[in-house]
Design a protein around this ligand. Sequence first.
Ligand code: PA5
Length: 446
Amino acid sequence: MSHYLEWSRAYSHRLNTADAAPLQARASEMGLRLERELTQGLLPFLSMPYRASLESGLPPVLERMRPCRHMLVLGIGGSALGARAVQKAFAPGQDRPGHTGSSLWIADNVCAEEFEALLAALHPAETAVVCISKSGGTIETLAQYFLVRQWLQDALGEGWREHMTVVTDAVSGYLRQEASSYGLASLEVPDHLGGRYSVLSAVGLLPAAFLGIDWRALLDGAAHAAQPLVEKPRRVGEHPSYALACWARALEIQDYSELILFCYVPRWAAFGPWFAQLWAESLGKDGQGILPVSATGVTDQHSVNQMFLDGRRNKGCIFLTGRRQQPGRAFGQDLPEKWAWLRGKPLGALLEAEALGTRMALCMSGVPLVHLDMEDTGPRSAGAFMLLLEAATLFTGWLMEVNPLDQPAVELGKRLANARLGAPGYEREQTDLDSFMAVPLQEQVF
Ligand code: PA5
């Protein structure tokens, strides 16, 4: 199966191929680094050394959940967004009228109202709860875990353990301790597999499997796309993910500050927020980084597209389309004369035409654009798509000289929140909080 990156409009407006040339020239240096980090086991999202244990460990966990109609995932960030993207793409039935099959609910916020509504509508006996946290210590996820554990215990007594699964580090973290203390079913988040690169591990694949999605096909697609990088890392310069990284880095050097992912596979729309998190947490560092902007065709043609086309000339675009999407039903021959040109055409023709129209309009408006065209829109292609973007993110970070696998800046807000809640060990943050709160307010009433 082949997918295509189309480059004819990528270097346009004030972006020239010459801007990327010095970055492409770094391919051999990057290849050596890739080879080294693969050997050290630092890039499991590419090499997937965990695949065999996942394939043997996941089915029994799934089997235990068989009596449950609902899965409630507790997780946030990389522990939630991938699962949601895969759910929306491949098990969209839950959002449609009359749904009766399995349902997945992802609690990735601390909205008390939403949480209460969810727990009020779910029945513990029918619900498999999956608490997902690589670190096993994320406060939002643990807070939900404590409350849901109580909710299960109140209804099921000791039987709560049968309804709780954790996906976390193999050894460390509070959730791992919980799994050991209570004999909970568990799956591992492999070493060095950070949240936003973990969708193709148990983190994203257990929820996918619960929904009956072909999770092995997702892995196959990713493995296929990763194969040249894993087998011939020194030839990274030939891989499309590296070309994408050079282009994105060149955009930034030329003062472009926003990168649109414009998704014209409507069912894949939730890959937009997944990508935004991947890109932003990986690359917003040291005063650098291009802001990811996720948009969905055709919906956002009637929303943010005006800004893309005629706002600041600071945007590049990855324009995503998929071949062989269902054409859907055709317009009747009795359409009014004014609309006669639609007669006999399927609804899908509209998507195709609008994608072309918008892509052209962006190009004509001076937006450097890479067209990413998927052979089809099945799980195998989605695996390849995710892998491509993960690898491109990694290489962009390397070209920027930042670490694309950490996210140190987000720790400050977490530490301050902990101090606010009275957690011990945050004395300095408490002092900072006191100073912050001491500034006289300048409230304006409206
Ligand atoms: O991508 C990341 O690393 C983060 O967004 C994490 O996924 C998020 O902070 C949740 O972390 P954890 O899985 O440790 O609970």
